[in-house]
Design a binder for this molecule. Sequence first.
Ligand code: SF4
Ligand code: SF4
Length: 348
Amino acid sequence: MRVIENHPPNGCTPHPQAMVFEIQRLSTEDGPGIRTTVFFKGCSLACAWCHNPESISARPQLHWIASRCIGCGTCCSVCPETALTLLEGGLAIDRSRCTQCGQCAVECPSTALELIGTCWRLDDLVHEVLKDRAYFASSGGGVTAGGGEPGLQAPFLSAFFRTLKEAGIHTAVDTCGCYPRRALDEFLPFTDMVLYDLKEIDPDRHLAFTGRSNEQILDNLKAVGSRMTAGSTPQALWIRTPVIPDATATEANIAGLGHWIADHLKGAVTRWELCAFNNLCRDKYLRLDRDWPFKAHPLLSPTTMERLAGIARRSGVDPDIVHWSGSTRMPTETDDAETDQPTQATPA
Ligand code: SF4
Ligand code: SF4
């Protein structure tokens, strides 16, 4: 059973409850085999291009999905804070008044309102993901913790993974690495695999794009590599780099990241994936009443992705570990002349 209780700062007791915004089944991109991915809510970064804007805040958030709304006004009449007004153009949410009580979402007849973010008790979450263990067994899959940043809820994550390991389930964490070392030390002993996001090698640009410098991130990644060299968990490490136009998609960045990986993680990384920018999250920003600086950016071309992957392969890492993924736009005649040097960085 899922519970929503009011405990600061995110509505959950720190442990053994966690704030989760989605559980995605049958995932094939978050580690080996078929996986169930649990998305933890709350992140230490605020990347300008974030594809999960609902993941950044650690608190529950109200979404309004215009296409589902039938304009009945029920939500306005049940809101105890009078935070909702039905206007000609749609539902206006006064977020300064909203206390995220969830009453409007419960009463909405068409699921146009959703409260994103639910507190899960440890036993309930374990029970929920273990429903999929037949898929894990047949595919070599398991459970991945993503987000947001699951490392911000390290005590829960550690207990979650320990319980899964006792049940014989493969565990993976998808992390940005931006949190104190003690958090990493808490969950790594129960983590089979780490998917580590490395976005930008230049600390000032990293700060501009994400709100935080990359020093702690690189430091924690070195610690992951050291554990692996010593024969400890995790047993596998994937690096993932979001390739974002006017931000991380520069030759200097990809070459710099490659040099760093070659220098500090020799032999530890089994896959370095360049993940092409996508704009599928535009509606998520609308539902949160937020603007998105990348809303007008087109997808990258396959030419750009190939060229950046080539730079990655020549950067000193094992070329066989470099891959790129994601949707790209149709190639055009001008793609050969396409430059990857940003005309204007887009800070967070
Ligand atoms: S979540 Fe609660 S306070 Fe916020 S708009 Fe809905 S009913 Fe009102
Ligand atoms: S209750 Fe739901 S369907 Fe009715 S106006 Fe509110 S959001 Fe729209």
